[in-house]
Write a protein that binds this ligand. Structure first.
Ligand code: GMT
Length: 377
């Protein structure tokens, strides 16, 4: 098939899923067009079956805000017409689903057999999408899509609860490349961060408020107070990073914490980690947790959103109520103090991740595409 994947180019979330899906589909012999405003971070090497199209965003003195959604619609209409697309798969509803709808309307009959599939990821439903400034458009665009998928049961239900959706939403969970994210024994690399055999605890996110990075620092400080020798790796960057760094200074724990900024090869850092933290206030799936688990790293998470569908309480890690610093500290200490439990959870984490194996989930998308095309033919 000749497929356009529309996504944000960002390091985390939907951009990663969309790009990895494109790669997985290319491996199955499909031809892919990735459409975005910048080259996605995970589109890291050139291959003939994946073409990247950057949306042309012309500016004009009248435009305080250049209309990206129109430029995207224009590009999608052009691709349908000249690249003979079979299907458009948009990731994150706003504005991608709306632009795809518009592109089809522009071409009328010529595009009638090109299905638009919308995959809902998270804040496109739970935060931005539900904002009154966008809600009606999101509602409309989801209902106009020829197929709608959500990355977790939780998100599927939230979408029905928050919007007036008449479409059937299919859950196709996120996935992980088990070869890329795998347990490792890189002692040399480990020593760079933990020269005296300390535990390595890690967190990876875009450091937005919803990620509750401050909680990671608080839990870590208590673990140190409890006499456990450990180092904390904070990977990624975003608005809350400065506050978290300041808190480390206040707590006088800076020598034990490394803020590493945005990193391309997070798998190398995860592979040397002993525990992973994702104490988010809201998380529709928690891809970062799955990637850590795939590296055999048990997860300490909050018990919100889709996280319990990924991280299993008392099996692959522990889930605490939101902002329960004490609970997360106790969960961490239980594992850090009991090597055999830590090994057992680590094995369980990898085994759980295997259920989200990349090619298996890619096949679910292929089957879903076939169904959508058959409906329109
Ligand atoms: O909000 C973000 O963190 C980014 C967002 C996205 O759509 O780019 O991430 C969401 O999608 C990810 C991939 O499906 C999920 O793993 C994340 O849980 C989800 N984030 C939130 O719900 C906060």
């Amino acid at each position: 098939m000749n497929i356009a994947i529309v996504c944000y180019p960002t390091f985390g979330g939907s951009g990663v899923v969309a790009t990895e899906l494109a790669k997985g589909l290319a491996e199955q012999g499909h031809h892919l067009h990735i459409v975005s405003y910048a080259r996605p971070a995970r589109l890291d090497h050139v291959q003939s079956s994946i073409v990247y199209h950057e949306v042309d965003l012309s500016t004009y003195p009248l435009f305080e805000f250049p209309p990206y959604d129109l430029a995207l619609a224009n590009m999608l209409a052009t691709l349908i017409e000249y690249e003979k697309l079979d299907l458009i798969h948009v990731h994150y509803a706003i504005p991608h689903a709306t632009s795809a709808y518009l592109a089809k309307q522009i071409l009328g009959e010529k595009a009638a057999k090109v299905p638009v599939i919308t995959t809902l990821h998270g804040t496109d439903i739970t935060l931005v999408g539900s904002d009154p400034s966008y809600k009606k458009v999101v509602d409309f665009s989801i209902n106009q899509s020829d197929g709608v998928t959500a990355v977790s049961e939780y998100l599927r239900q939230e979408t029905y609860d928050r919007f007036d959706i008449r479409n059937e939403i299919e859950v196709i969970p996120n996935f992980v490349d088990l070869e890329r994210f795998k347990p490792g024994e890189n002692e040399e690399f480990r020593k760079e961060f933990a020269p005296n055999g300390e535990f390595i605890l890690s967190h990876v996110s875009n450091f937005r408020e919803v990620k509750r990075v401050g909680n990671v620092v608080e839990v870590f400080a208590r673990i140190l107070e409890d006499g456990v020798a450990a180092k904390l790796l904070m990977v990624g960057d975003g608005p809350e990073r400065i506050k978290a760094q300041q808190r480390c200074r206040d707590l006088k724990i800076c020598e034990h914490v490394s803020f590493l900024g945005k990193q391309d090869n997070v798998e190398e850092l995860l592979a040397i980690s002993d525990l992973f933290y994702i104490p988010s206030g809201s998380e529709t799936f928690g891809l970062a947790a799955l990637e850590a688990m795939s590296c055999g790293v048990p997860v300490i998470s909050s018990n919100v959103g889709g996280l319990p569908e990924v991280n299993l309480e008392g099996v692959t890690g522990y889930l605490s109520e939101l902002d329960d610093i004490e609970g997360m500290t106790q969960g961490s200490l239980e594992l850090l103090r009991d090597p055999s439990k830590m090994r057992e959870f680590s094995t369980n984490a990898r085994a759980r991740a295997e259920q989200f194996e990349k090619q298996r989930i890619v096949s679910l998308y292929e089957a879903y595409y076939d169904k959508a095309c058959a409906k329109l033919s």
